[in-house]
Design a protein around this ligand. Structure first.
Ligand code: SF4
Length: 279
């Protein structure tokens, strides 16, 4: 079995979700709208190509050249995404998203000595075979090598979020640090999230102790995954909220209904028992 960060996370959230997505590979049962991923995917695609190809020939890209390179990537991302533009949350048009991405890329590219995408490799895949034959795998967004001390590498995860610190999962970076440790037998110099919209780099602490604790937990979880025969649903507000199997999942739906009922009761309690109609 291959355990990736995403499959491990799914198992921790809800074993049934893990089973449906990573073992049975069932198609989602809810309507998918990838509007919110467009910006991040576009910017990431640009920097992946910049890091792995373009920077060797053109480390400095003027605005027109960035625009020229970004155009076909934008078309590709739109073609490969499922977006229902009629939804009220789709506030920006596809052209607006292009312009946002272009402006942010331009700012990053102009901050030359701060540009973390120079001296960086993107989409670094690592696969580690465990003693029991199972594998853990991961793909690091960016691996930045310090140009001065060549042996010093930072694992960077790119973020398209509009808020710094929103929906961050430090475990993702620690998971990649563990893979890096297995492969290179040393700790990475640093872990960090890079926020494209803010041209900001936020380091995440890592020590040998943090890594060892994580490694112990992960080994335990992998043993549990391997020995589990019945992947039971473990509904919770957090795990069901974005679960692509919510529709048709009895456990998830009934937990959702119970939560809705509870919050209505609380609302009434909050008004000291006075029920006001028409508000
Ligand atoms: S909807 Fe909830 S309970 Fe059902 S599979 Fe998804 S996370 Fe698990």
């Amino acid at each position: 079995m291959n355990i990736s960060y995403h499959s491990w996370k799914a198992f921790k959230e809800c074993p049934k979700k893990f089973y449906l997505e990573f073992i049975k590979k069932v198609s989602p049962t809810i309507e998918i709208n990838e509007y919110f991923t467009l910006y991040g995917r576009l910017v990431e695609k640009f920097f992946t190509l910049f890091c792995n190809e373009w920077r060797y020939k053109t480390p400095y890209m003027p605005a027109d050249f960035i625009r020229h390179k970004l155009k076909p990537l934008h078309e590709g991302v739109l073609k490969s995404s499922i977006v229902d533009w009629s939804k009220p949350f789709c506030k920006l048009s596809s052209e607006d998203i292009f312009e946002e991405a272009f402006n942010d890329i331009f700012v990053i590219m102009e901050s030359m000595n701060q540009n973390y995408f120079l001296n960086t490799t993107s989409e670094v895949s690592i696969e580690v075979t465990l003693n029991n034959g199972h594998k853990i795998t991961g793909r690091i967004d960016f691996l930045h090598r310090d140009p001065i001390s060549e042996n010093t590498e930072t694992i960077i995860d790119g973020k398209g979020s509009t808020k710094i610190g929103k929906n961050v999962d430090r475990n993702q970076l620690i998971f990649y640090a563990l893979l890096y440790f297995f492969k290179f037998n040393k700790l990475p110099a640093e872990l960090a999230f890079f926020y494209y919209r803010f041209n900001t780099y936020i380091p995440v602490p890592l020590t040998q102790d943090i890594l060892e604790k994580f490694r112990a937990q992960l080994s335990l979880d992998i043993k549990t995954i391997i020995n589990t025969k019945d992947f039971k649903a473990q509904p919770s507000a957090k795990s069901c909220k974005y679960c692509k199997y919510l529709q048709g999942c009895d456990e998830g739906m009934s937990a959702k209904a119970k939560r809705a009922k509870k919050s209505k009761i609380k609302e009434l309690e909050g008004r000291n028992g006075n029920i006001i109609f028409g508000f």
